[in-house]
Design a protein around this ligand. Structure first.
Ligand code: MTE
Ligand code: MO
Length: 510
């Protein structure tokens, strides 16, 4: 008698476990369905969850993650958001299955329908996007349908059939069917979603670039030092830093930039307004205040657009203290008005429309300043009477000012004949780079490195290179002097809060 009971308990437990796993699979399929419908856009169900995760993570943890985990931290954060989203829909699916059981009279409701309908609710609440919610509902519903395919017993109805081996094998079969369904939905969703992920109406780059852009790009290539393992003067893969895992999708035709606040008259500009102004091409280098000393969040591109001053003339900005930029991803950054006067609004990068990841359709570029005030997807320039804190400053960073001078050491080549070649990029914002020195004895003696010819522009990095004959294991140290004659300080500082600084050094074995 007791043994019998235990046996029943155990099989009940297994049935409930199967029900739980199927609910989890339905949760995964809900996320895949939403992805299939809208791709990697803010309407994807995991996007608002990710924003929530970032918003509720203590800033000390974020600062730690930026400095020690770097991009991995962002990836882990998104993985957490994805997991939470799956769990949310899994719980919803479990409730839907139980609800279908409960309301089996007078008209039986298939669990798949109940789950599908119920999953639409949180998806809609999260994203406000009916298509995304429909995708989530269909995904979850299909998995539950797959689970119950070919059986009369709904998988949720643990105990509704005779207990024992029959129901166990039925449960096993529905579990396998649910797994197969989830794999199918996941694969189809992956393909459909990645097709949509590019998003917006970002034009696909095609055909040759404009002639003047082409010759500037050629100039950058010509002036680049040919060093193995060293990127040229034009970055091939421009780094990306965002507060959100999922970039906003902004349509060029709807895009609008408002100039507000303490201005004589508020004004607003469309993309065609900008494009009707005198266009300029500028090489501008960006560096993130959060990157490590010898990190890779420093890159250069050729940007096409118009000076911000062209927009301000029309509104006569009064002599106020500061300006706040606001963007489509709810990002905001404040900085002194003086820096705005040299600012630039770019709508092309290397002769192509800005990629979505770099601010399509329009971003700001503020020469010589840390990356964070180079606001992407910009929507508003608000002139302020009083200082205010931007997104990162609220979290303790001081990243609105001019960049620190840095010389990176990214390439170490062992050449034929035993010589060693070291090389990297050096950048000092609008101060420019005048000199890079290399020491191969840990900083006792110094030699000038070869510099790449300067590119046109006031805010562009240079490459440096030095080849020498090694004499046993040694430490290479690099230091830069900016165009105002200031040698960068030796002491190494972490990124938080003022940006990494110090001389880069590396131990090298010949
Ligand atoms: N709207 C918006 N603009 C933004 C950010 C952001 O998260 N949202 N990140 C900033 C930061 S911290 C940096 S370093 C640069 C990076 O620009 P990139 O992603 O084009 O390299 O964009 C800045 N502009
Ligand atoms: Mo940044």
């Amino acid at each position: 008698m007791t043994d019998d009971l235990r046996e029943t308990d155990r099989s009940d437990f297994r049935l409930v476990a199967v029900e739980g796993v199927i609910a989890l699979l339905a949760g995964i399929a809900a996320v895949a369905g939403s992805y299939a419908a809208v791709g990697f856009t803010p309407s994807f169900v995991a996007a608002p969850v990710s924003t929530f995760v970032v918003a509720t993570t203590p800033s000390a943890v974020i600062t730690w993650s930026i400095q020690t985990l770097g991009d991995l931290g962002d990836q882990l954060g998104f993985l957490l958001a994805l997991t939470l989203t799956v769990l949310l829909f899994a719980v919803t699916a479990a409730i839907g299955t139980r609800a279908a059981d409960a309301i089996s009279a007078p008209v039986p409701v298939p669990a798949s329908l109940a789950v599908g309908l119920l999953c639409v609710v949180p998806a809609l609440a999260l994203t406000g996007a009916p298509i995304s919610a429909l995708g989530a509902g269909i995904g979850a519903g299909l998995v539950v349908a797959a689970a119950s395919f070919g059986s009369t017993a709904v998988p949720g109805s643990a105990g509704s059939t005779d207990s024992g081996t029959d129901s166990i094998s039925a449960a096993r079969r529905s579990l396998l069917q649910a797994i197969a369904g989830t794999i199918a939905i996941g694969s189809i969703g992956g393909v459909l979603g990645s097709g949509r992920g590019s998003g917006g109406d970002t034009p696909k780059p095609s055909g040759p670039v404009a002639a003047d852009v082409g010759s500037l790009l050629a100039e950058a290539e010509d002036k680049s030092l040919a060093v193995n393992g060293l990127e040229g003067l034009l970055s091939e893969e421009f780094y990306q830093v965002d507060i959100n895992s999922v970039d906003p999708v902004v349509s060029a035709s709807d895009w609008n930039l408002r100039v507000t606040g303490v201005v004589e008259e508020e004004s607003s500009f469309s993309l065609s307004d900008l494009k009707s102004m005198d266009e300029e091409h500028r090489f501008i280098t960006l560096r993130c205040v959060g990157e490590s000393l010898n990190g890779k969040k420093m890159d250069n591109a050729l940007w096409t657009g118009v000076p911000i001053s062209a927009l301000l003339d029309e509104t006569t900005v009064s002599d106020e203290c500061c300006v706040m930029f606001r963007a489509a991803d709810d990002y905001y950054e404040e900085f002194p008005l003086a820096a705005l006067k040299d600012g630039f609004l770019a709508y092309e990068m290397n002769g192509r429309p800005l990629p979505r990841s770099h601010g399509y359709p329009v971003r700001a570029l503020i020469p010589g300043h840390w990356g964070e005030i180079n606001v992407k997807w910009i929507t508003e320039i608000q002139v302020l009477e009083q200082e205010a804190e931007g997104y990162w400053e609220k979290n303790g960073w001081h990243g609105t000012g001019p960049v620190n001078t840095v010389a990176k050491l990214h390439a170490v080549n062992h050449l034929d004949g035993g010589k060693i070649q070291v090389a990297g990029h050096a950048y000092a914002g609008t101060r420019g780079i005048e000199r890079v020195e290399v020491s191969t004895d840990g900083g006792s003696s110094w030699t000038d490195a070869t510099l790449s010819e300067p590119l046109p522009g006031t805010d562009v990095w240079r490459q440096w290179e030095y080849t020498y004959e090694p004499n046993g294991p040694h430490e290479v140290v690099v230091r830069a002097t900016d165009g105002e004659g200031n040698r960068q300080p030796r002491e190494q500082e972490n990124a938080f809060p003022n940006g990494a600084s110090g001389w880069v050094s590396k131990r090298i074995e010949p």
